[in-house]
Design a protein around this ligand. Structure first.
Ligand SMILES: Nc1ncnc2c1ncn2[C@@H]1O[C@H](COP(=O)(O)OP(=O)(O)OP(=O)(O)O)[C@@H](O)[C@H]1O
Length: 344
């Protein structure tokens, strides 16, 4: 329970369905940050007390630093754009918290994620998109395995957010309003570069900005200030609108190009994960979402062995970004996904 509407509503629904519910809140990051802090712990405590259920607070600061924050900074230092929510789900929410729930003799761990889990006739657990496409979080859960899915309940899978809000109100849940969770809950809005610099000062390194012909069109203060597809804040004034096309770590160069230059048709993935535990044979035709806010595009996924795969889209895609996840969907189901290593 994060103290927000979704997990509070999920807990209340399970209480209403007759489950014996225990609230579990991870204190993940420093106080004063926008989430996962002591203020959230306090919010969750209030809801539990209202529902008359036990509430446990677990200290997850060490694992959060080791598995989410440090790799996040390392990725930026390597010229990539990381996706910390995916790691947080794998290691903290559905790793560390599952272990704690097992220690408390729980039969399930429930969260307020918008996604579905279903055991089907093949005996496997399947991860499904949420019914509310605006809230669907299945993209962030694509690295879950069978053991984790067997232990999970997602009570909000079939509900649109307005219904969850209405239910919380009707049920009288004492929820202190706050904004929807942001991707970077541990960093103050607009302070990403400073955060990375504070934790790894070596990222501040002057370099050049190159146009598609290799001309120097500007200078920068570190690759961590850029992400592929970025348009503004380039500090250059050219006749044409320019986007970041590639971050060249080796030469500390930011390559920019007009929009057509940032459209690419293929990308190489590593650490590909399959929810079923079995890699499909040969080639897979499916929809691939190369970032969270993407509708998915038809592609062929070819397996290259050793957890690697190549994705070839039917149509060029904008800003295939190293460090982001490409997630495979078929008929509303998440099959798995991998990290984008390189686009071409
Ligand atoms: N600090 C935490 N401790 C325990 N569980 C958490 C914590 N933060 C998030 N969760 C769980 O993960 C789910 C998804 O987290 P996310 O950050 O996407 O929250 P959200 O959609 O804003 O939900 P909420 O309204 O519950 O905050 C939450 O609904 C909650 O069940």
């Amino acid at each position: 329970m994060s103290g927000g509407t979704d997990s509070s509503a999920a807990a209340a629904m399970l209480v209403d369905q007759g489950y014996e519910v225990i609230g579990l809140t991870a204190h993940m990051w420093k106080d004063g940050s926008r989430c996962c802090s002591l203020e959230d712990v306090e919010r969750a405590r209030k809801v539990c007390s209202y529902l008359d259920i036990r509430h446990y607070v677990v200290n997850a600061q060490e694992i959060f630093t080791d598995k989410i924050v440090d790799p996040f900074v390392e990725a930026y230092a390597a010229g990539r754009t990381p996706s910390p929510c995916i790691y947080c789900n794998s290691f903290v929410k559905f790793g560390f918290l599952v272990d704690r729930a097992l220690q408390l003799n729980c039969d399930y761990l429930a969260t307020g994620h918008y996604a579905g889990v279903e055991k089907q006739a093949d005996g496997k657990y399947h991860l499904l998109s949420a019914k509310d496409p605006n809230k669907d979080q299945s993209y962030f859960l694509h690295r879950l395995n069978q053991k984790q899915l067997a232990f999970l309940l997602f009570p909000l899978a079939d509900l649109p957010k307005p219904e969850v809000k209405a239910y919380s109100k009707e049920r009288g849940l004492p929820i202190v309003p706050r904004g929807e969770s942001q991707d970077l809950c541990f960093i103050e809005e607009g302070r990403l570069a400073e955060f990375v610099e504070q934790r790894d000062p070596s990222v501040v390194k002057k370099g050049e900005i190159h146009d598609p012909d290799g001309n120097v069109v500007g200078h920068h203060n570190g690759l961590h200030r850029f992400t592929v597809g970025q348009r503004g804040k380039l500090g250059i004034a050219l006749g044409e609108r320019m986007y970041v096309k590639r971050l060249d770590k080796e030469n500390n160069v930011v390559e920019v190009a007009p929009r057509p230059g940032v459209m690419q048709v293929a990308c190489a993935l590593d650490e590909v994960h399959w929810i079923s535990g079995d890699e499909p044979e040969g080639e897979l035709r499916c929809e691939v979402r190369p970032r969270y806010r993407s509708n998915g595009a038809l592609a062929n996924v070819r397996f290259a062995g050793g957890g690697k795969a190549d994705v070839v889209f039917d149509e060029p895609q904008f800003a295939l970004t190293p460090g982001q996840a490409a997630v495979f969907y078929k008929d509303g189901e998440v099959l798995g996904g991998g990290w984008i290593d390189e686009a071409s």
